[in-house]
Design a protein around this ligand. Structure first.
Ligand code: E4P
Length: 226
């Protein structure tokens, strides 16, 4: 399962793009509103940091013509049809725009997906990704991971090219459970991403290795002895 970073914070993007095997960055209007300021310049800066990796940017228009026009402008401004995925919400207008844009080769991430029905429609409209919101489902007593599993089963049965980009995670456990469903990708916040790596026993193991090495060989590294 590919991992994408769900933030527009430049410091976090620089850090995770350097150290973690992420394949892109996702944003949404809420995420961008946290950064404020010149948001166009900010998105250009994200592009500069991540190079040709995927950048997912959501439309803000709500009517069909304006949405399609905005989607094309977003792609032109921040990359190309390969590197920019336009996020379009799972609505009737969104489906229509997805179908039209996908026919022209744009990669659309149908977002705010809360049911398998929405995912099926998005895939049939030609979406590159559907983004089911795992924690938002769990928060209302629904089965977020189960919904992702159901969508994956539907996509597998149909042999669709659309991939799941699971989103809205609050815990590392949710990410792992979604990975077990065979989902193609997940977008994860900086906090949850860190929790996937951090382990106190890893830290104590590394400290033990260093102490034992130093006791036997002093300050020299193995590399310096070669
Ligand atoms: C993807 O970018 C989604 O918009 C995002 O994961 C939603 O996450 P939230 O439910 O934590 O706001």
């Amino acid at each position: 399962m590919k991992l994408i970073l769900d933030t527009a914070n430049l410091e976090d993007i620089r850090y995770f793009n350097t150290y973690y095997p992420i394949v892109g960055v996702t944003t949404n209007p809420t995420i961008l509103s946290r950064e404020g300021g010149d948001i166009v310049a900010h998105l250009h800066e994200i592009r500069k940091i991540i190079g040709n990796k995927e950048l997912h940017i959501q439309v803000t228009e709500t009517d069909y013509d304006a949405m399609v026009k905005e989607a094309k402008a977003i792609v032109k401004a921040f990359g190309n049809k390969e590197t920019v995925c336009v996020k379009i919400p799972a609505t009737d207008v969104g489906l229509r725009a997805t179908k039209a844009l996908a026919e022209e080769g744009y990669r659309i991430t149908v977002t705010a997906v809360l049911s398998a029905g929405q995912a099926l429609l998005a895939a049939n409209a030609g979406a590159a990704y559907v983004a089911p919101y795992v924690s938002r489902l769990e928060n209302i007593g629904a089965d977020g991971v189960g919904t992702v599993a159901e969508i994956q089963e539907i996509f597998d049965a149909a042999g669709t090219d659309t991939q799941i980009l699971a989103a809205s995670f609050k815990t590392a456990r949710e990410v792992l459970d979604v990975a077990l469903t065979g989902a193609g990708a997940a977008t994860v916040s900086a906090d949850v991403m860190k929790r996937l790596l951090a382990h106190t026993t890893t830290d104590t193991s590394i400290a033990g290795f260093a102490a034992d090495w130093e006791k036997a060989f002093g300050k020299k590294t193995l590399g310096s002895m070669l």
